[in-house]
Design a binder for this molecule. Structure first.
Ligand code: PLP
Length: 400
């Protein structure tokens, strides 16, 4: 499909090519200086004490669950309106993800009240997702966690550079997980990062990332060590030097690209408000500073979303859904007797959400074009829907 306006686009240039080719000519391809530098620079950007680079954010989330000692039977409260990896990572440890509802139409993040409603004596942690880069209410969630003695994992896959209440995302929970997958705000193709303020957790995460081993190839190469012990059941979740080098260049561009994304989001909101006010605009009044990873909108109830998206496609505009709620997937309906109740807002909004194109190289004119297409698609989807209803009720089409 040759999209006129794709959902996302990567900002890659000669700087990235140069950085990668330098790594290749140096011939040291994993766990070397690039990885160390990338971790230091990312930690400095967030203001975190430690940053640990890994192969992807799913691995980061898994390591977070392992490092927090989650065990079979433990419960972790997670949102259902997120990418499946948030909940899968909990299940890898044998712990049970328990889904909490979102706040509502204007804030698609996990609701602190719903977290509280889902607490049981087995609840050990909460894994929060900063949807689209718009931070959760961390002040309230951290206070609740403190009272109930729960750990917090931040799934910050969308949110490098986001802030709330004057504090960066990635500094609120015990551990935060960032993604550098190819459609995220900064990318290494596949890649991820953990941040933590806790020295003990940082050391454990480093060991778990590399087979549970106490020394690394790089230390042995530098003559710092000859052998090693294995002190934990670890994994191979390492990033490589090529991707670390890519990440360092991408990190330099992140703040400016996030700022451009915020400008475009503002342009979308004002254009949508004037041309299609019936389409709802989550997060428009959200506090804090967003990385503006996504541009979600909610279609009016009764509009056929598939027809809407088909019409957008016919106009050359790629759209997506963030997300089909996790509790509705077969694997989750079958596991742990399947949770259904208490997720009414997730079910409602999960069925109406559509994500519009957003990437730093977009122009205001393209934003305008997308909104024009939304207007057309709404006409098509609304009308078709009306026709379908009338067919069902036996009413004549000639009366439209
Ligand atoms: C992308 C994403 C992940 C997984 O990231 P990977 O780096 O692809 O493993 C996890 N959670 C959320 C919310 C995501 O958007």
């Amino acid at each position: 499909m040759n999209w006129k306006i794709p959902l996302a686009d990567i900002d890659l240039g000669p700087e990235e090519q140069e950085a990668v080719s330098q790594v290749l000519s140096r011939k040291w391809l994993t766990m070397g200086e690039e990885t160390g530098q990338f971790e230091e620079e990312f930690a400095a950007f967030i203001g975190a004490k430690h940053a640990i680079a890994v192969t992807n954010a799913t691995a980061a989330l898994h390591l977070a669950c392992v490092a927090l000692d989650l065990k079979p039977g433990d419960e972790v409260i997670v949102p259902s309106l997120t990418f499946v990896a948030t909940a899968n990572a909990v299940r890898y440890t044998g712990a049970v993800p328990v889904f909490a509802d979102i706040r509502g139409e204007h804030d698609l993040n996990i609701s602190p009240e719903s977290i509280e409603e889902h607490l049981t004596p087995r609840t050990r942690a909460v894994s929060v997702v900063h949807y689209g880069g718009f931070a959760c209410d961390m002040t309230q969630i951290c206070e609740l966690a403190r009272q109930k003695n729960l750990s917090i994992i931040e799934d910050a896959a969308h949110a490098p550079g986001s802030e709330i209440d004057g504090r960066m995302v990635g500094l609120w929970g015990e551990i935060a997980c960032f993604s550098f997958f190819s459609n995220k705000n900064m990318t290494t193709g596949e890649g991820g990062m953990l941040t933590t303020q806790d020295d003990r957790l940082a050391q454990r995460l480093r060991i778990l990332r590399s087979h549970g081993m106490t020394t690394l190839t790089w230390d042995r190469y530098r003559g710092h060590a000859f052998s090693y012990d294995v002190v934990d059941l670890g994994y191979n979740y390492r990033i490589d030097e090529i991707r670390a080098a890519l990440g360092r260049v991408q990190l330099k561009k992140l703040a400016a690209n996030n700022a451009r994304r915020r400008e475009l989001s503002q342009a979308y909101w004002s254009c949508l408000a004037s041309r299609v006010p019936e389409v709802s605009r989550p997060f428009q009044e959200h506090p804090g500073i967003s990385s503006a990873h996504l541009m979600p909108v909610l279609l009016p109830r009764g509009v056929d979303r598939l027809v809407f998206m088909e019409s957008m496609k016919a106009q050359g505009i790629q759209t997506s859904i963030h997300y089909p709620p996790i509790h509705q997937f077969s694997s989750y309906r079958q596991a742990e007797k399947g949770q259904t109740g208490g997720l009414e807002r997730t079910d409602d909004i999960g069925a109406r959400e559509v994500t519009l194109p957003l990437y730093p190289a977009m122009s205001e004119a393209q934003v305008d074009e997308v909104v024009g297409a939304v207007e057309n698609a709404l006409g098509a989807a609304g009308k078709l829907n009306l026709e379908k209803k009338q067919r069902r009720t036996g009413a004549g089409l000639e009366r439209i």
